[in-house]
Design a protein around this ligand. Structure first.
Ligand SMILES: Cc1cc2nc3c(=O)[nH]c(=O)nc-3n(C[C@H](O)[C@H](O)[C@H](O)COP(=O)(O)OP(=O)(O)OC[C@H]3O[C@@H](n4cnc5c(N)ncnc54)[C@H](O)[C@@H]3O)c2cc1C
Ligand code: SF4
Length: 512
């Protein structure tokens, strides 16, 4: 008899360890490790999502005839204590798992197996379409990786949106068509549909109460939990995206609204990342919508690119570069993360709105993460590892594999440009164009310096001033650098002073 150990982010019937097991002989083990839940101060709603989804998944497995040893959260419980109890009771020959999604978990379980003198076997995960070894082979020894190249290879491999070996419509990428502004959306008269309301059953309600009781100091409120926790509910959630939001997904992918946080986004990452949905079924469902002419190609291609392009690329980099990647800090950013990142109490309205939405729900869409929070973290010179910890704590869809490249590589440019050809830096004009935040802000995106100027405006130039030498040869940054060089010394000094005053007040050197 073997034991299939299913971790909290592997809740899928396509779990490879489950696929290799035999219902009549093998056991399932699932553990709500208290120690694991306390590694960071996770958003309460993320803990609800995982524990509630685990309990429902265990119940589904039992209903399907599996024998499940489910260990609920209790004082002092660790993976080791739960595993020891399981061994005493059931004496399996080995533990079998789908490859864990983080190297820390893989390492901890391997060591645990050695300690318990029990073999631990990992089977290739089915949660991604590109295997770890396959990505490594593709990446080779390249000094830089381009997502677009990986995406095209994945299109050819999966056959998604391909015809006779060529991309549908002879075009790989519709990104340039997907940059419409907030004003475009307002003029379009397209309303944003409400997200489906999820009714919580008694199991989920019990978990909500447990998380509020056991993790009272964590950010967010368990009682406001809003996501589906079963496979059936996740399928309905996917359908509502396909039927109500996919059509406009491409056009308005980059806009941000104070009133409508989710806009036309799918909000599938929390479900994909724990296995309730698979990447191929999401991509295939969107492609079917295109084939049935219920969604345009720019929207469907944009969505498929996120799923088989970005998601797989980010995971590939995680396994390619290993734990050391998390420690990179090529730009030497050293400031601590300000405490107001946990409260949203800051006069910059864009940050205030995005942080308030995050505290309330544990979720922001991509551009809020990248161009508001990430942009600020980059320009203010916040230490990448502090940002990494904070993102890992605050988001319902956060896992180590997805955080490393998004935070270290994409927003902090701390890997020296390994995965992004230029830093994602923008001034207030971008946020003004894409959102309604500036209208309610005490700062003006039109002013460049001084007490009423948008801080992004001078922080942007201050960033290039500080890193001019590093980016001197980067053709994608050249225009910004040339504009900076053309300014008089007096103008440059005003920028430097404005930035220094702002940073001293809002990002002091020791706040945490
Ligand atoms: C700083 C930063 C932190 C992020 N943290 C996370 C995180 O913790 N968990 C997470 O799943 N995604 C993360 N992302 C990626 C992306 O922002 C989220 O996947 C997306 O906002 C989730 O909302 P959605 O499901 O509505 O996405 P949609 O906009 O509807 O996109 C569809 C899907 O594409 C995938 N996807 C798109 N971009 C990425 C990406 N860069 N990395 C991985 N998957 C991607 C996701 O699975 C997502 O569900 C982060 C991005 C940045 C810049
Ligand atoms: S003016 Fe600047 S700080 Fe204020 S909301 Fe706009 S971009 Fe943000």
């Amino acid at each position: 008899m073997n034991t299939v150990w299913i971790l909290g982010d592997q809740l899928s019937l396509t779990n490879s360890a489950l696929g290799a097991a035999q219902r009549q002989y093998d056991m399932i083990l699932m553990v709500e490790s208290r120690a694991r839940g306390k590694v960071l101060r996770y958003h309460q709603q993320k803990l609800v999502l995982i524990y509630a989804a685990m309990r429902h998944f265990a119940a589904e497995l039992e209903k399907a005839g599996w024998r499940v040893d489910y260990v609920p959260l209790e004082e002092g419980l660790t993976f080791e204590s739960a595993a020891r109890r399981h061994l005493e009771k059931f004496a399996p020959e080995k533990f079998v798992l789908a490859e864990p999604n983080s190297f820390f978990e893989a390492d901890a379980l391997t060591k645990l197996g050695r300690k318990l003198r029990l073999p631990v076997e990992f089977l290739p995960t089915a949660q991604f379409l590109c295997g770890r070894e396959e990505f490594r082979r593709w990446a080779g020894a390249s000094a830089r990786l381009l997502m677009e190249n990986h995406y095209r290879r994945m299109r050819s491999k999966t056959g998604f949106l391909m015809r006779d070996g060529k991309p549908v419509d002879n075009r790989w990428n519709f990104d340039s068509a997907n940059r419409r502004t907030l004003r475009d959306w307002q003029k379009s008269g397209r309303s944003t549909p409400d997200l489906p309301r999820v009714t919580h059953d008694i199991t989920t309600r019990e978990v909500m109460a447990m998380v509020a009781r056991e993790f009272p100091e964590n950010p967010g409120k368990a009682k406001d939990f809003w996501l589906p926790v079963t496979r059936a509910a996740a399928r309905k959630w996917l359908s509502s995206f396909l039927n109500e939001r996919l059509t406009c997904f491409g056009d308005f992918e980059d806009i941000m609204s104070s009133e409508h946080p989710s806009l036309f986004h799918s909000i599938l990452s929390p479900l994909l990342n724990i296995g309730l949905l698979t990447p191929s079924e999401c991509a295939e469902a969107a492609i079917a919508a295109y084939q049935e002419k219920s969604a345009p190609l720019n929207a469907v291609e944009g969505f498929v690119r996120q799923i088989i392009g970005w998601r797989e690329f980010i995971n590939g980099i995680y396994w390619l570069r290993g734990p050391e990647y998390r420690e990179l800090n090529e730009l030497g950013a050293h400031r601590p993360l300000p405490t107001w990142f946990y409260t949203g109490e800051v006069p910059m309205n864009c940050l205030h709105q995005v942080l308030q939405q995050l505290l309330a729900s544990g979720w922001n869409h991509h551009i809020q993460r990248l161009m508001v929070l990430g942009n600020f973290i980059l320009l203010a010179g916040i230490r990448p590892q502090e940002a990494l910890r904070w993102f890992s704590e605050m988001y319902v869809d956060a896992y180590d594999w997805v955080m490393a490249a998004n935070v270290i590589g994409m927003i902090c440019h701390a890997d020296g440009g390994f995965m992004a050809t230029k830093p994602y830096a923008a001034s207030g004009a971008y946020i003004d164009r894409m959102s309604d935040y500036c209208q309610g802000c005490r700062y003006s995106p039109k002013l460049r310096t001084g007490p009423d100027a948008c801080p992004f405006n001078y922080l942007y130039w201050h960033f290039f001033d500080q890193h001019a030498a590093r980016f001197a040869d980067n053709p994608r940054v050249k225009m910004s650098l040339n504009a900076w060089y053309k300014r008089s010394e007096a103008e440059k000094d005003v920028v430097r002073t404005s930035a220094a005053e702002f940073l001293a007040k809002f990002v002091p050197n020791s706040t945490l």
